[in-house]
Design a protein around this ligand. Structure first.
Ligand code: MN
Length: 311
């Protein structure tokens, strides 16, 4: 039986642990973690808060080396909610999984796009053979071409929040809350579409700690809460997340292109200095009203663009 053990340690102990597990560190970037390591069958996740989570066959034994378990109270209340969602089931990549991912959150121009895609186990090999994988490893033309193929093959739901809408919602929903609402809604709609078929698991490409996700989801009308798993780089764990990321990226690229055509300016992805320069041109053309249709105004780029435009 797999176990989960949580301990709380000092910063110093985390340092010691990190060097102790130096050769077993996993190259994972998870928000708020100091490191992730794998010791035998047990995964060790150390958080910046000092919390260390051990998961696996020998979790208790290994955890005992470093400290006493967190008080029963905190461990049991937090565990009741999180245990099922932190470690993925065995053979996960071969299960029938509904995956979701989003694109555009870090880009000043363009929308936020979120896609949920359902890949039945019988389709896993076929999608992999087509080259469905991490969209960051694919060129833009490949992404567009693959997205078109995937959309013909599997059920999906795509939600697009254009900047104008984003700027209206953003004061009420911070960026994380908005993403939670979008993932939840895309998943909910797709579950409806495929019913009575049910996925064996739902994998969300992780963008916030699980507890945060669950907190925000509570304010949504249709709450999907069962069989949820969260992991960063989700596309490495199931092709459904890779498919979702390709579809959302293709939609994001299409929207950026539409923006470029409408503005007669090449609108960049990202939030670097090119975005400032282009935004300044948009401001000169039509002021903040025009810019609000194309860019996420709460980014620092807006102020920089105003300064450039005023010169
Ligand atoms: Mn993602």
């Amino acid at each position: 039986m797999s176990q989960t053990q949580v301990i709380k340690v000092s910063k110093d102990t985390i340092k010691k642990m990190k060097s102790f597990y130096e050769r077993s560190l996993l190259n994972k970037q998870i928000p708020y973690t100091e490191f992730v390591a794998k010791s035998g069958t047990t995964t060790i996740t150390a958080y910046t808060s000092g919390k260390v989570v051990f998961q696996g066959l020998e979790a208790e034994k290994i955890a005992a080396k470093w400290g006493a378990p967190s008080s029963n109270k905190t461990a049991s209340t937090s565990k009741a909610k999180t245990t099922t969602s932190t470690a993925l089931p065995d053979n996960f990549s071969q299960l029938s999984v509904l995956g979701s991912d989003e694109v555009g959150n870090g880009s000043y121009f363009g929308p936020v796009t979120v896609c949920a895609a359902y890949v039945e186990k019988t389709m896993v090999a076929k999608l992999k053979a087509l080259g469905v994988r991490d969209s960051k490893e694919l060129t833009d033309p490949q992404i567009r071409q693959l997205a078109a193929v995937i959309k013909e093959l599997i059920p999906f739901r795509l939600l697009i929040v254009e900047p104008e809408k984003y700027n209206q919602i953003q004061p009420k929903y911070n960026a994380v809350h908005m993403k939670v609402a979008l993932h939840n809604q895309a998943i909910h709609l797709l579950l409806d579409d495929i019913a009575p078929v049910k996925p064996e698991a739902i994998l969300i490409d992780q963008f916030t700690p699980e507890s945060n996700y669950k907190k925000y989801v509570r304010s949504e009308k249709n709450q999907v809460r069962e069989k949820l798993y969260f992991i960063t780089k989700g596309e490495q764990y199931h092709v459904a997340v890779a498919a979702a990321s390709i579809i959302s990226r293709a939609a994001f690229l299409d929207e950026l292109e539409k923006e470029s055509q409408e503005l007669g300016l090449k609108v960049p992805s990202g939030a670097g200095s090119t975005a400032d320069q282009i935004a300044a041109k948009v401001l000169k053309k039509g002021g903040i009203d025009l810019l609000s249709k194309y860019a996420k105004l709460h980014f620092a780029n807006t102020e920089k663009a105003k300064k450039i435009a005023a010169k």
